[in-house]
Each structure stands twice: as C-alpha cells, then as structure tokens.
Design a protein around this ligand. Structure first.
Ligand SMILES: Nc1ncnc2c1ncn2[C@@H]1O[C@H](COP(=O)(O)OP(=O)(O)OP(=O)(O)O)[C@@H](O)[C@H]1O
Length: 296
C-alpha cells in the first residue's frame, strides 16, 4: 500500500527517504579466511602475512525504503523484533550512514535521547546541564528552562542526588524532560513512551502532540502497537528491513496485529498437532510394549 493520500495540497515535506539501504558490518564473526585449496604455499602465506582476516558478516537492516514525511505528521514504525525499525529511525535522524539511497531533511532532526551523554554518578541537576547543552542550548537557556525541565520530570528532591540512585522510571522521565527541552523540527522517539507511569506517559504524549501540532514531524518506534495507534497519524510497517505497508496508523496497526494474531494461532495449531502426534506415538509404543509383555 502506498503513502496516504494528500488531504490538502499545501503539505510541506520534512523528510524524504529515497531508496534507502542500511547495511551493518559485523566484524570478527565466522572463520578466518583460508587460502583456496592448492594455493596454500609459501608465496600466498607471505602475501597474506598479517592479514588474519576474521569473517565479516553484513546485516542488510533496511532495504530500499522510500517515503515522504510531512510537517504535522507523527509517524509510528511497527514491526517485529529485528525488522529494522530502530535502524530506520536512526538513519532518519542522520545517525547512521546510508549504504545506498538518500535521506533529505527540511529542518533539524534529532533523536530523542540524551542517554549517551548523561553520567549516572552525577546528580540529576548536573545532568540537566550536560544533556541540554549537548542538545545545543546555551548555559543561560538551560538556566531559564531548568525549573520546567525538573517540574516535567517530576522527581522532586531526587534532582540533587546522583542518577545512579534513581529508579528506571525516574531516570527515563528525566531523560525525556531533558531531551524535549530543545525541540527540533523533526523529532525521532525510540521507545521513550514505554517507560514511566501512566500519568507521565500522558504528559509525554501531550508534549509530543503539541510539538506535532506546531508543525513539527515526529517519528516513533514502540513495541506497543496501541501506543502507535493512539499517538500517530500515520504508520509504517517494516518486515525484514522492507516496508510492508504505509498509511493511516489505525489501518496499518490493525493489519499488523491481524498478521501477528494469525501467526500466533498458526503456531499454536502446529504445536497442538505436534503434541497430538507425540501422544499417539507414545500410545502406540506403550501398546506395542504391553503386547510383547503379554506374549512373554
Ligand atoms: N549495531 C549493529 N550491528 C550489527 N547489526 C545490527 C546492529 N544494530 C542492529 N542490527 C541488526 O539489524 C537488524 C535490524 O535491527 P533493528 O534494531 O533496526 O530492528 P528493530 O526492528 O528496531 O528491532 P527491535 O524491535 O528488536 O528493537 C537486526 O537483524 C539486528 O540484529
């Protein structure tokens, strides 16, 4: 299925993904390279000296993906584990290079997540400054927004304690609050809404919705398909690195969930059939055993 029909002609593209391929190279897997049979002689060994090539495995995580995202859209990516959702988001945020194809941005893209720069041994307060500055805010801007960030995180006095003493919910709330202190044109959210309590999730989704309405573009991944349905205007279903469906979030999520359900039912049926077969085999064995006992 193609991208959703334009409802108006004045939609403004924010991200254009054109025939995008992302390939990971995993080094050090498999066997060392061996010379071809018959070629293992002094000369080839000398030529290959020092080249103890470990195998390189390529993982083609995103395959020939194309779509256009518009301002004011929130796009959820659904798909099973390993289907390429996070890789696609990271490529959209400009964090992974394309092996082929292009990603064009109209505006600044940022992955929601400052985890990499935060330090667990430092206080939440210190991390607010580190994280917000990493997002490009000046010290003065962080000072101005500090109270808002802390209020949004809702962690009270804990802000003055090291982050290592936080529960995972508290840490993720603070990360979210810091990450959204500076709002880019294109916001990429990777599973941020799955943590925290219901109240925080609501506030987080309100913040994302506000951002979308102010003509930003939001991309998000969530393993919870209902989050995508509730939060997004559009969804893209990925399967083995390829786009299976792209359209209104309700339709795409329903189709994805129907596939997951059908697969689970088929698996259950297969397991039941296998169990039945095993039972029949055991019964046959027992019957044969008792027959030979009688004979004996
Ligand atoms: N850094 C990496 N190096 C090598 N392979 C990777 C790397 N990151 C992801 N992959 C592989 O790329 C494929 C897509 O992974 P990706 O994390 O994008 O999928 P996903 O749909 O987000 O998965 P999940 O739902 O489990 O988070 C998988 O086969 C994964 O093993």
């Amino acid at each position: 299925m193609g991208a959703p029909e334009a409802t108006t002609d004045d939609r403004v593209p924010s991200v254009i993904v054109s025939h995008l391929d992302v390939v990971y190279k995993v080094y050090g897997v498999g066997k060392t390279t061996r010379p071809a049979p018959g070629a293992d002689n002094v000369v080839t060994r000398w030529i290959n000296r020092g080249k103890r090539h470990m195998g390189v495995r390529e993982v083609h995580a995103v395959k020939d993906v194309s779509f256009i995202a518009y301002k004011g859209e929130s796009i959820g990516i659904v798909g099973r584990n390993g289907s390429g959702k996070s890789t696609l988001l990271r490529a959209v945020a400009g964090l992974i290079p394309a092996a082929n194809g292009e990603v064009y941005h109209h505006g600044q893209a940022a992955l929601l997540g400052v985890s990499a720069v935060l330090a667990r041994q430092l206080t939440g307060a210190r991390n607010v400054f580190i994280g917000a500055q990493a997002l490009g805010l000046s010290k003065q801007e962080v000072r101005e927004r500090y109270k808002d960030i802390v209020r949004f995180a809702g962690i009270g006095e804990f802000i003055n304690l090291p982050m290592s003493s936080y529960s995972s919910g508290m840490a993720s709330r603070l990360r979210f609050a810091i990450s959204t202190a500076s709002v880019p044109d294109i916001l990429v959210v990777d599973e941020a809404l799955s943590t925290g309590d219901a109240e925080f999730r609501q506030r987080a989704s309100d913040r994302i919705e506000e951002f979308r309405k102010s003509a930003g573009t939001v991309f998000m991944v969530s393993h919870n398909a209902s989050t995508i349905k509730a939060q997004c205007t559009r969804a893209i279903w990925m399967e083995k690195g390829e786009v299976v469906m792209d359209g209104p979030s309700g339709e795409v999520v329903d189709a994805y969930q129907a596939m997951v359900k059908a697969e689970a039912e088929a698996k259950k049926k297969k397991q039941q059939a296998a169990a039945k077969k095993k039972q029949a085999k055991e019964a046959k064995k027992r019957a044969a055993g008792s027959g030979s006992d009688k004979e004996g």
